[in-house]
Design a protein around this ligand. Structure first.
Ligand code: HEM
Length: 452
């Protein structure tokens, strides 16, 4: 579901109704909005309980019932693999990839929404699917880019030609995934430690179509929220010099080994900042679902097949559960803070069980790492940051959000001459009052795990 062009008004209207009608109400057209936290949790639980994958294509064609495969099989495969990918070494590699893509944009006047997207997707793609040729990688990226456009563009394309192009790009990406799975299964490609690999072993159970669906589900999931959340981190970072100061103070001295191993423990202030960004700007803003079974929701009833809406954003901005919900204040996440979440159901940036986001940990590490890089390796300049506004489309999108990244010091600049180099650029020392500019560089050229 996309919000209309004046998404802000649309959401404001939903908020008004949600307050007046206790968080559960009908929209024009019959969709049931379920924004009350406990009801949202309950509807998700009831709706997805016992979910099985769609039948294999061949079974559908032959009009026979295949062996049902529970969705939990897919989630277990993802989560088991993610467990092995959550190490300090893997985090360091992720941060290295983020650094590489940020380095490419240093010195340019860039659209920060697209920069955030590029950094988030390029760094996380190898976690999902790795060992691709350049051409294969480009095909996957093309598909992710078009899906992103659908989420953030003011005028996402439509019409027959657009749909045909969209489908063609999607199919080309699908062919890449099929080929990778097939070749890994036959030994023509090495097995990899990515989220696609468990489905090679599951091919006999799932068949190729369903294995492709499982891999595509993660690819689609990394195309939107991680980049959107990264753009929101840049947005709040640029608008809050006092928080730049606090983050810099924490991050310039953080033990890098500890940060890659246990970032939340190593950098609690940064973690609070990221949590608050995700509270204020949870992507996607609205999640449209279809009822698989009939159920009561509050005083209303959802019949099988009817649509309903849930929304972390609506829960996070509800003044019944959050004090001053429109104020950016990471300290509300301090333990015991009076204006913090009173209940776990009030903070749900990664959705609800049993479909809760599997990438919550890696997504959090990525956002914290972005803060680290911004406070140590780079300095970010955003002219008139206080004037930048957020548009609410399918996801929050900062408007006309442009800026420039520079290296915080010559030490970080791979192109800079050693020691004797003098920076003659007009703004070389102009940042004395900006904490980000003052930051000592503690960002190594390459990140390593604690053992190194
Ligand atoms: C800050 C970054 C991210 C945010 C805010 C986010 C948010 C979400 C949300 C709201 C959902 C829907 C949950 C529901 O339906 O209740 C979701 C699902 C999902 N996310 Fe994320 N996500 C992020 C990063 C990631 C990453 C990095 C990955 C992969 C490595 C990922 C993989 C998935 C998958 C596979 C699902 C579908 C789960 C299922 O259907 O069982 N996400 N995410």
């Amino acid at each position: 579901m996309t919000t209309p062009h004046n998404g802000g008004d649309f959401l404001a209207d939903l908020r008004r109704r949600s307050l007046a009608e206790d968080g559960v109400f009908r929209l024009d057209g019959g969709l049931l909005a379920v924004f009350e936290p406990a009801a949202a949790r309950e509807v998700s639980r009831a709706n997805w309980q016992g979910l099985v994958l769609a039948d294999r294509f061949v079974d559908t064609l032959l009009r026979r019932r295949g062996t049902p495969v529970p969705w939990t099989t897919v989630r277990t495969a993802w989560l088991t693999r993610l467990h092995t990918l959550g190490t300090a070494e893997q985090h360091a590699a992720l941060i290295d990839r983020m650094r590489e893509s940020l380095d490419e944009h240093v010195g340019d006047d860039v659209d920060l929404v697209m920069l955030a997207q590029d950094v988030a997707v390029r760094s996380v793609l190898p976690v999902v699917l790795t060992g691709l040729t350049e051409r294969e990688s480009a095909r996957i990226r093309e598909d992710l880019d078009q899906k992103l456009a659908r989420l953030i563009d003011r005028h996402p394309g439509h019409g027959l030609r657009h749909r045909a192009h969209f489908t063609a790009v999607q199919m080309r990406a699908g062919f890449v995934v099929r080929r990778v799975l097939r070749e890994r299964a036959s030994g023509r490609r090495p097995r990899e430690q990515d989220l696609a690999d468990p489905f090679v072993d599951l091919l006999p159970v799932l068949g190729m179509d369903r294995a492709l669906d499982a891999v595509t589900a993660v690819l689609t999931a990394i195309g939107g929220p991680p980049g959107s959340a990264a753009a929101s981190v840049l947005y709040e970072f640029a608008r809050h010099p006092e928080w730049q100061d606090r983050l810099t103070h924490e991050l310039r001295d953080v033990d890098l080994g500890l940060f890659t191993a246990t970032p939340v423990k190593a950098a609690p202030v940064t973690h609070r900042f990221v949590k608050e960004v995700l509270r204020m700007w949870s992507p996607p803003l609205l999640l449209m679902r279809r009822a698989r079974v009939s159920m009561d929701v509050g005083a209303d009833r959802l019949e099988e097949g009817q649509g309903y809406l849930v929304s972390p954003h609506m829960v996070h901005r509800d003044p019944r559960f959050w004090a001053e919900p429109d104020t950016f204040d990471p300290d509300r996440f301090l333990p015991g803070a009076a204006h913090g979440p009173a209940d776990r159901t009030h903070y749900v940036p990664f959705g609800w069980a049993p479909k809760r986001c599997i990438g919550a940990d890696i997504g959090t590490v990525q956002l914290m790492a972005l803060c680290h890089l911004l406070c140590t390796r780079y300095r970010l300049t955003v002219p008139h940051a206080d004037k930048v506004t957020m548009a609410c489309r399918f996801a929050p999108v900062p408007q006309d959000f442009r800026g420039r990244l520079a290296y915080a010091s010559d030490q970080d600049d791979p192109a800079a001459a050693p020691a004797t180099a003098v920076n003659h650029s007009p703004d070389a020392n102009a940042g004395a009052s900006c904490p980000v500019r003052r930051a000592n560089s503690t960002s190594p050229a390459t990140w390593r795990g604690p053992s190194e």
